[in-house]
Design a protein around this ligand. Structure first.
Ligand SMILES: [Ca+2]
Ligand SMILES: [Ca+2]
Length: 201
């Protein structure tokens, strides 16, 4: 895999290793879900942010993304996904490259990545019009930055938006979002999803 790809994995790793102990664990991902739910309960940002929706539906979508897909399929590589498992950056890189360098593994990976991207899209599209506007995207990067304990970098958020919006109509469609999310994980050169998490570390 390329240097750029490794850099993306390192960026993902650093953001998600919330307690900065050099390992990714189930608790890191559970913690992200709890913090996001708590944040949206306190600061409803959209039409679909009634308390009951956030508490049940959004929590379910976020768990699917962070605990089942990101932690279970991807970081833990389908092995032990329980509380005792600790994964280093090198191990993440090994698990993920083994998965995407295998034809069958890649197909499987793409279908779960698509499903996770759909859920993500619904979380970001707060007015439920099936498009992500620049404002919705900014809101989302802002919420994520808070949850990950960083400051939001507007410049990088804007660059990410422009790259993802491939037909340049000023909105991110579901198809564009799915393509960008997949590109982040499998692309070895700079592509539509390289900066989806912000600038690379
Ligand atoms: Ca929208
Ligand atoms: Ca577009």
């Amino acid at each position: 895999m390329s240097t750029l790809w490794r850099q993306k994995m390192k960026t993902f790793f650093k953001y998600h290793d919330f307690d900065k102990d050099g390992f990714l664990q189930r608790a890191d991902f559970e913690g992200i879900v709890s913090r996001l739910v708590k944040f949206y309960l306190r600061n409803p940002r959209g039409r679909n942010h009634e308390k009951a929706y956030v508490d049940v539906e959004m929590r379910r979508k976020l768990r699917q993304i962070f605990v089942e897909f990101l932690w279970g399929d991807l970081v833990a590589g389908g092995g032990n996904v329980g509380a005792t498992r600790k994964v280093t950056l090198e191990e993440l890189i090994e698990n993920l490259s083994a998965l995407i360098e295998d034809k069958e593994g890649l197909d499987l990976f793409k279908s779960s990545s698509r499903e996770a991207a759909y859920h993500f899209f619904e979380v970001v599209d707060t007015n439920c019009d099936n498009l992500i506007s620049p404002d919705e995207f900014r809101n989302f990067t802002d919420v994520f930055a808070r949850v990950f304990g960083r400051t939001n970098d507007e410049k990088h958020a804007q660059r990410a938006f422009t790259n993802i919006d491939t037909n340049k109509d000023g909105f991110i469609s579901k198809t564009e979002f799915v393509a960008a999310y997949e590109d982040f994980w499998v692309g070895v050169t700079e592509g539509v999803g390289t900066y989806i998490l912000g600038d690379l570390i």
